[in-house]
Design a protein around this ligand. Structure first.
Ligand code: NAP
Length: 342
């Protein structure tokens, strides 16, 4: 049966300079091969489009090896098992894992790179398994709790506030009894995080002054800053931190497409003055604890006190353009590409 299936793929054709362009991709189609004992075929339903994908396209040392030229682009995703010769998964199981930018994944059910695990669509919609109950949610949950270590009554500021990671950071901090201030681009996103997600305030960095906004909305200073964007916003928040503040370095999307060196924080001596610390987080380190994070967030969602917003773009062929939305702030919530009907 599977040999009749056709697998559409986007493979990396060239390492981008600045924003990825169409010629950096190679669209390929190949038949899905027959499977051997222990193998499965997963049909891709949704792909997770992540800012980190831009970094994976670069050469050089990072927390994960670069995608090789000619290789299927790395991506997380959720899919359904359509063929199985493994006792681990049955046909019809919904799974999440490293599917790659392709319409079918074929290989060993216990493949360590894809690392598929079963997900339950009755707990939450499939797209939420790529957001709050998936990698961005785990980043937010463990990054905030383990590195940010917020306490009730403290002020937590998060950039990229309406995005995948940011929306969960703010809602977890709110659940802990913190004052939560977001930073996001545009009135709609700011209104959303305040009115829908319950943040105390949001600073629209595209239409206002971040320093003034911090003065106004963080009258007691900043205890935790969860940084998703880097650049000028990080530098500005550094001027408003409190004694013993914690800055979680989660990402620096403002810098990912630079053709010049990454701009570091000029105001880093504020860490010295305030005996503060700045610490990076990589979500994969928390894989052994994901089930705890999923349980906590799913419980809040089921109680109705936690929201998960995804922005779904339809059509596999739209992958190159959809990815760019992240760097233009055109996504509103976790960006997901729908590849097939669930
Ligand atoms: P996202 O926030 O859903 O989408 C990206 C958002 O970044 C855009 O919607 C845009 O929002 C904002 N943005 C884009 N260019 C910007 C710029 N020049 N300056 C300021 N903001 C800009 O993405 P996400 O998946 O949640 O990822 C957020 C950050 O977390 C990224 O830096 C990502 O690399 C990082 N991350 C890290 C880990 C880890 O393990 N360390 C894991 C997951 C994600 P606005 O419209 O508000 O500008």
């Amino acid at each position: 049966m599977t040999t009749l299936l056709q697998n559409d793929q986007f493979r990396l054709a060239a390492r981008p300079v600045g924003l990825p362009k169409p010629s950096d991709w190679n669209a390929v189609n190949e038949p899905v091969r027959a499977i051997a004992d222990g193998e499965i075929v997963v049909k891709t339903l949704y792909l997770s489009l992540d800012p980190a994908m831009r970094g994976w396209m670069n050469e050089g040392k990072s927390y994960i090896r670069p995608v090789a030229i000619g290789e299927v682009m790395r991506a997380g995703g959720v899919g359904v098992v359509v063929a199985s010769k493994s006792p681990k998964f049955a046909v019809g199981d919904h799974v999440s894992g490293g599917i790659g930018v392709q319409t079918y994944w074929v290989g060993a059910a216990d493949d360590k790179t894809a690392n598929f695990y079963r997900i339950d669509p009755r707990v939450a919609p499939l797209t939420t398994w790529l957001n709050t109950l998936g990698m961005p949610g785990m980043t937010a949950y463990f990054g905030l709790l383990d590195v940010g270590q917020p306490k009730a009554g403290e002020t937590v500021v998060v950039s990229g506030a309406a995005g995948a990671v940011g929306q969960t950071v703010g809602q977890v901090a709110r659940h802990l009894g913190c004052r939560v201030v977001g930073i996001a681009g545009g009135k709609d996103k700011c209104d959303f995080v305040v009115n829908e997600l319950g943040f105390d305030a949001c600073i629209d960095y595209k239409n206002g002054d971040v320093r003034e906004g911090l003065k106004q909305h963080c009258p007691n200073g900043v205890d935790v800053y969860f940084d998703n964007v880097g650049g000028d916003i990080l530098d500005t928040v550094l001027t408003r931190i409190n004694m013993k503040a914690r800055i979680v370095i989660c990402g620096a999307i403002s810098q990912y497409n630079n053709t010049t060196p990454v701009k570091g924080p000029a105001n880093y001596l504020s860490l010295l003055v305030n005996r503060a610390r700045m610490e990076g987080i990589v979500v994969f380190d928390y894989a052994p604890r994901y089930k705890d994070g999923v349980a906590a967030l799913a419980k809040w969602m089921q109680e109705g006190s936690f929201k998960s917003r995804e922005d779904v773009v339809k059509g596999f062929d739209n992958f190159p353009d959809a990815l760019l939305m992240l760097f233009e702030g055109k996504n509103f919530g976790k960006l997901v590409l729908q590849v097939a009907e669930a």
